[in-house]
Design a binder for this molecule. Sequence first.
Ligand SMILES: [Zn+2]
Length: 89
Amino acid sequence: MKETTHVPVGPPAQLRAPGNRDNYETNPEDPDGLICKTCKSQIMAVQVHHPIWDGPFPMSGSGRVHITLAPYCPQCEYAPSERGSPIKC
Ligand SMILES: [Zn+2]
């Protein structure tokens, strides 16, 4: 019997889940920016691509995507996935 090495998948457990705005506060030096309450890092944003399913069949579409910004702290949190959930029309 052949043994397969189990490689853990998913985000590292020691990092916080991204996107909780309770963990962020307004940057005193930049009112338009956010910083992390924990480490004072500038909050980064990932462009999340949501495919738009507007075709005649389930899970089909014209290939358009809707882009949203997902914030995260680069020190305390893992980066959000760039692949968002599909939008059904
Ligand atoms: Zn942080």
